[in-house]
Design a protein. Structure first.
Length: 723
């Protein structure tokens, strides 16, 4: 019976290489997610978007609901190329030269062979002409497969210039384009008629410029978008398989173009939408309210989609006369869309600041958020004393203001602080005494924000963080101007005076960025490293930590007790259960820098950051894995997944795997039903033996499986948790 269960589980694992992982963090904003989308397309009655953090989003109801996949090929990978082969079959290429394929319209994705190069430059274009024959371009290389990518790709040729696009008419005839550069370079068009064995070059028009799109709609007719700053980006057409190219239209220039067929074409340029029904001979131009579209895709000449640089996708169903936005913007990482601060007054009511002139409020622990106008521009700080009384800081016409609310954010009254723009944050010790701080400026109030006065410290300090233990005792940290020394100041009289208590040079390992006090005596400061106090901030010392790589900037941290804490950086979270000495690494569905992190208990937490990122977890943020360490330096001759040890175990075990050459490695854990419960490894690794730790603290006793998958190698083993 046990063998039958094992065989059934192995069948489930091999039948579906992209089982839905438990959602450790889920998106609260932007909707449906915040990673940058670079391309859009439709198929199988769905709209797809693909982009950074190997993200694939799809909707079948014009954006009313979305399916979101982040980290499809790994946390640091980006999708850089795609091909829609037919309505159900699509190919994706990535930054680290990995590839994925679906044959059921994006329901499941399977891996195909990686393109091996000494340094991964990313897949630039994909052109499959049949289920078995396909072509791929990277930086300067052209590759071919004759077995659908199930075994290593063959290098056809290396060209002298950077490749930008690829398109094949049939199995043998195809084209690639190269980049000439912004100034002085001339782009080249290459053609093959024998399946890539030989390539002939054609200098395109003789002036400096670059290709943006290359597409043939039949054996003879094709289009190229080409141009540069001097002449604009124009659309060219051939009707004789590329022997000659003629410019279309009169003077139309384009940012992006979509070729529907030989007659119907759509294009954009800043705030113009252009369409042609005669192959580009004439164009209808309409104004559309979107800034710098970066991609567009049309299902018909009436129905299409536009993706703009702020991550908004919009739909038209009347050839561009009207557009409806179906995703929220992420601001493309602009300062106005960075969420900076989380401030909760209890487990239900909290606030987020840092997006334009608004703050966001939740009254249900971060499940839903309501926006409030503050009357300020560039809000960057928020501090609420209770559910009614709070303060926000920001600027208006480059003057610093602090606005106060006494009705939970329904209305705000601004108070002038200074003419100096200082990148303000705000912190109050009590209802009367508070501080505004930032770039080498420091102001205080003792009458609830009605009046503000400059506060003088011993140093000209760029203050990063202030926290009060109680209304009398507080700490601040920052960097001294010019000397670049980091210091901590302490007050015991509500900020009437501040005394320096800790100093350290500003080098990797000791930058002091954000303070978090756990209780009256225990506290931490993070930055490039972690420092701690055990006597209420009177003395500090640097922790020597393991689990966080040297040089990692820790932008925020939060502790739920003296031993258990969480930290965040760029695209990553960490957890400690021993007071900060050892840290495990957690995964989040974004590469954005996290600006603030808040955990209410061991299960529920919130993170916010760049690109308007607002994520929540209710399972503790998933598994936090110890660093993947290389075991020895001996030469590995074959792929192997070792049996975990100890086994059975409770709650921690070690898993070793070997790879004989550089490869993209997936190492995942599944329960008895074949459901993926944790992704331990999903990244490119050099040849060698590696060890990773699996902590099963949050799982009960039972049988589990772990599977290692590379290109051409899959192995699954069983492990047992006994509690």
């Amino acid at each position: 019976m046990r063998k039958l269960i094992l065989l059934a589980c192995l069948f489930l694992l091999s039948a579906n290489l992209h089982l839905s992982a438990q959602q450790d963090w889920y998106w609260k904003s932007p909707n449906p997610q915040g990673n940058r989308i670079n391309q859009i397309f439709t198929g199988n009655n769905k709209l797809f978007g693909i982009g950074e953090c190997s993200t694939v989003i799809s909707t079948s109801n014009a954006g009313a609901s979305w399916n979101v996949i982040n980290r499809l090929t790994g946390p640091e990978d980006n999708i850089t190329a795609f091909q829609k082969y037919d309505e159900n079959t699509y190919y994706l290429g990535t930054k680290y030269n990995g590839m994925r394929k679906t044959t059921n319209g994006g329901v499941n994705w399977t891996g195909i062979s990686v393109i091996y190069e000494s340094s991964s430059t990313g897949i630039r274009g994909i052109a499959f002409t049949s289920a078995s024959i396909g072509y791929v371009i990277t930086y300067k290389n052209i590759y071919k497969t004759t077995n659908g990518g199930s075994s290593p790709w063959n290098l056809l040729t290396t060209l002298p210039d950077e490749l930008t696009s690829i398109n094949f008419i049939d199995n043998n005839t195809g084209f690639v384009t190269t980049m000439g550069g912004m100034e002085g370079g001339v782009s080249t068009l290459y053609k093959t008629t024998n399946g890539g064995l030989n390539w002939t070059s054609q200098i395109f028009n003789g002036w400096a410029g670059n290709f943006r799109i290359l597409k043939f709609v039949n054996a003879n007719t094709g289009f190229i978008q080409y141009g540069g700053f001097a002449n604009g980006s124009r659309l060219y057409k051939t009707t004789n398989q590329g022997l000659n190219w003629t410019i279309t239209g009169t003077s139309e220039v384009f940012g992006r173009i979509f070729i529907f067929d030989e007659n119907n074409i759509a294009g954009t340029d800043y705030n113009d939408f252009k369409s042609s029904t005669d192959g580009g001979a004439t164009w209808i131009i309409k104004t559309q309210p979107y800034l710098e579209p970066i991609d567009l895709y049309f299902e018909s000449i009436q129905k299409g989609y536009v993706l703009d640089k702020n991550n908004r996708i919009s739909i038209t169903q009347n050839s561009g006369d009207n557009w409806a936005q179906i995703t929220e913007p992420n601001g493309n990482g602009s300062a106005s869309d960075v969420l900076k601060v989380i401030d909760f007054v209890n487990n239900n009511t909290g606030y987020i600041a840092g997006r334009n002139n608004k703050i966001k409020e939740t009254t249900n622990g971060g499940e839903t958020w309501t926006e409030y106008e503050t009357g300020l521009e560039g809000v960057s700080g928020v501090d609420f004393l209770d559910v009614n009384t709070g303060f926000v800081s920001g600027n208006s016409a480059w003057h610093v203001y602090v606005s106060k609310t006494t009705n939970g954010g329904a209305s705000f009254t601004p108070a002038y602080v200074s003419d100096d723009y200082i990148g303000t944050k705000v912190k109050f010790a009590n209802v009367n005494t508070g501080f505004v701080y930032g770039y080498y400026k420091f102001f205080g109030t003792t009458n609830g924000g009605v009046n503000w006065q400059a506060v003088t410290l011993q140093d000209d300090l760029d203050i990063y963080s202030i926290q009060f233990i109680n209304e009398n005792t507080g700490m601040l940290c920052g960097r001294v101007n010019q000397s670049f020394v980091n210091k901590v100041y302490r007050t015991t009289n509500s900020g009437a005076s501040w005394i320096p208590v800790y100093s350290t040079p500003n080098s990797l390992g000791n930058t002091l960025y954000k303070i978090k006090m756990v209780n009256d005596t225990k506290g931490y400061i993070c930055g490039y490293g972690i420092s701690t106090t055990t006597n209420g901030g009177a003395n500090w010392y640097q922790l020597y930590i393991t689990g966080i790589p040297q040089g990692t900037f820790i932008s925020s941290m939060d502790f739920i007790n003296e031993q258990t804490g969480y930290a965040a950086g760029t695209g990553v979270t960490y957890k400690t259960t021993d007071g900060g000495s050892h840290w495990g690494t957690g995964s989040i569905p974004t590469q954005a820098r996290i600006e603030d992190i808040k955990f209410f208990n061991a299960s529920t937490g919130i993170i916010v950051g760049d690109f308007g990122v607002n994520l929540k977890t209710t399972n503790g943020g998933g598994i936090f894995v110890s660093a993947i360490t290389q075991v020895g330096n001996s030469v590995v001759s074959d792929y192997q997944l070792h049996q975990n040890f100890p086994n059975p175990f409770n709650p921690v075990t070690n898993i070793q795997f070997d790879i004989p050459k550089g490869d993209f490695v997936d190492l995942k854990v599944y329960d008895i039903l074949g459901k993926e419960i944790e992704n331990l490894v999903s990244e490119f690794k050099s040849a060698g033996s590696y060890m990773v730790t699996f902590d099963a603290s949050r799982f009960g006793s039972g049988v589990f499986f772990y599977r290692m998958k590379t290109n051409g190698f899959i192995q699954t083993k069983r492990m047992v948790i006994v509690k």
